[in-house]
Design a protein around this ligand. Structure first.
Ligand code: ARG
Length: 595
């Protein structure tokens, strides 16, 4: 997209440095390119910026000479530098601006040339245009495993799981978008004493396995709640549950057969929900894969290396600090959450040879992951450096009319019903253009919930409000779909032919250049969002972009314009649609063509 201009500017700076007494040592022509950014606030023209500090910090430019010192260093340095810069008909102006944050070199680019470059690249590779960017090409390609969602069987799919699902899918998508080889794992909570208890409760309920054909999650949860009550009243129940689980750990076929049914029906239901969210997994793993037997080998490695301390009560612990001990093996030798995670990490390294493994799990499990990573590093596994806990905050106030224990299916159903209600109630634009198809309403509502979630910095707790989430006018997922579908309908109804050879010289209006400018920095946004693992960077960019598209649609008619102008504008709006669609897809939803 704008890579060509970034490298031209980079070359010019390097040449200027050659003619300048304060040159950076051994700079190659292209090295500065990644630091050349599209100026997102330039109006009426398209400009790029480089911060003088970044030149100093990254390349040591100017350091060898103490001529410029103190506060005005950067500004004076920059002013001297730009005097040496070549101006031509591609880079047609350069000036320096200074703010508290430092000074910036600003490069005005021939807008005709950048219009052609951007439209050309996007029209030729609509589904992967950003991958042509040198910012993205230079990222070394890695094997990335993303573990996310990971709900527990027979317990509600809570809000934490929902956030993990949404954020995890985005993390997987954005890694894939820049060319990494990504595997998506769902690590089910399908093991532990609670499954002994669940089996105990199920045998005493009036349910049979065939009753689990529908609404399994809810039914199993009810059984689980009931079994917990029995255990409270009679301590013997828990002993029995432990005994059952112990047999499961030892591979008892008898005890495992009903557990297998619980697991299968739950996965079936989860899959239906994920489909609504447009999310898929490559693997449904689970804690059950790392039962006591599997962990044994690992515990003996830990023992051999003297990493664990045995306590008088029989437990084996890891000392995170002299005051903080974490249990790795229970006194009865059964596996626990942590030991299973150690085994799972080692297994994943063997299976996938990952460079990076992301765990997308809420803030509350921070200590668990600190412990896990420390133990693996202590065991001598270098690859543990590539493991990261992607944390996130809580959503306050997410509940459905049925109550605060949120079952995901209820939440999605409610989103859909509210969306339909909103469509019926609304008489003003843009809601009144929304069709009343139930399926579309469901898709819009679900993605609105997803986008609302990704609009926030992920570590922040935020308040959930149906009203805010489903608005068509504010910054919501509804708006993104709406603008996308407007662009689709323009293409279908404008009566202008798609002509890749169209003359683009009529694209000069500020509202048109604004679109080009934003498309030109899509790669920067993707890189920024990836670096910080913050979807909000992409979401907020798309909100702003949609606003600009709406404005351009108002100002630049296609249908009744002269032929050449109409053709050029059609290509512009097509490029805008591809850019919007790419952004929405990286976030997760499938952009709608009709609403
Ligand atoms: N199932 C767990 C829970 O609901 C989350 C699993 C997170 N992943 C992991 N590898 N520990 O709390």
């Amino acid at each position: 997209m704008a890579s060509k201009f970034r490298s031209i500017i980079s070359n010019k700076i390097v040449q200027a440095l050659d003619r300048f007494p304060l040159r950076g040592e051994g700079l190659k022509p292209g090295t500065i390119a990644p630091f050349v950014k599209v100026n997102s606030s330039s109006r009426g023209s398209i400009e790029f910026q480089v911060s003088v500090e970044s030149l100093q910090q990254q390349f040591g430019v100017g350091d060898s000479n103490k001529k410029f010192t103190g506060k005005e260093t950067f500004e004076r340095y920059g002013s001297e530098l730009i005097k040496k810069l070549d101006i031509d008909d591609t880079i047609c102006g350069v000036y320096i601006t200074a703010s508290k944050k430092g000074s910036l070199l600003n490069f005005k680019v021939n807008s005709q040339k950048i219009v052609e470059e951007v439209i050309n690249i996007v029209s030729h590779c609509p589904a992967t245009f950003w991958q042509r960017s040198s910012l993205i090409n230079r990222i070394p390609k890695e094997k990335v495993v993303v573990e996310f969602s990971s709900p527990n069987i027979a317990k509600p799919f809570h809000v934490g799981h929902l956030r993990s699902t949404i954020l995890g899918s985005y993390i997987a998508n954005i890694h894939e978008a820049v060319g990494h080889d990504v595997t998506r794992i769902n690590y089910l909570g399908d093991w532990g004493t609670q499954f002994g208890l669940l089996k105990y409760g199920f045998q005493r309920s009036d349910l049979s396995p065939s009753d689990l054909k529908d609404d399994a999650t809810r039914k199993l949860y009810e059984v689980y709640v009931c079994a917990n009550k029995m255990a409270e009243e009679d301590p013997g129940v828990l002993d029995e549950a432990r005994r059952i689980f112990n047999q499961m750990e030892n591979g008892s076929k008898d005890e495992l057969s009903i557990w297998q049914v619980f697991r299968d029906v739950s996965i079936q239901e989860f899959k239906e929900l994920y489909k609504k969210l447009n999310i898929t997994f490559d693997k449904y793993d689970g804690e059950s894969m790392y039962s006591a037997n599997k962990c044994k080998e690992i515990i003996s490695i830990l023992d051999e290396k003297g990493i664990l301390t045995q306590l008088p009560d029989g437990r084996k612990v890891y000392e995170l600090t002299p005051k903080q001990r974490i249990t790795v093996v229970k006194s009865d030798g059964s596996s626990i959450y942590l030991s299973r995670d150690i085994a799972a990490a080692i297994d994943r390294q063997q299976r996938y040879r990952f460079d990076k493994l992301y765990y997308v799990v809420d803030n509350s499990q921070s200590d668990h992951f600190v412990g896990l990573f420390r133990i693996l590093k202590h065991m001598g596994y270098k690859w543990a450096e590539g493991m990261h806990h992607v944390k996130f905050g809580r959503i306050r106030g997410m509940s459905t009319r049925k109550g605060t224990v949120v079952f995901l299916q209820d939440l999605l159903q409610e989103a859909k019903e509210l969306m339909i209600q909103k469509q019926h109630d609304s008489t003003t634009t843009p809601e009144n253009v929304l069709s009343h198809s139930e399926e579309t309403a469901g898709q819009v509502a679900v993605s609105a919930v997803m986008i609302a979630d990704m609009k926030q910095r992920r570590q922040r707790d935020y308040d959930f409000s149906w009203d805010k989430v489903l608005q068509a006018q504010g910054d919501t997922g509804v708006k993104l779909h709406y603008v996308h579908s407007r662009l689709c309908s323009l293409e279908q109804n404008c009566g202008v032919n798609f002509n890749l050879e169209a003359d683009l010289s009529s694209i000069t209006e500020p509202s048109a250049l604004a679109l080009i400018r934003e498309i030109a920095r899509f790669d920067e946004i993707v890189c920024g969002s990836l670096k910080e693992l913050e979807p909000c960077i992409l979401v907020n960019y798309l909100f702003r972009f949609s606003g600009l598209v709406n404005k351009a649609l108002q100002q630049l008619t296609v249908k009744n314009a002269p032929k050449e102008v109409g053709e050029a504008r059609l290509l512009l709006f097509l490029a805008a649609r591809h850019c919007l669609a790419a952004g929405i897809q990286i976030l997760g939803p499938q952009p709608l063509e009709q609403m």
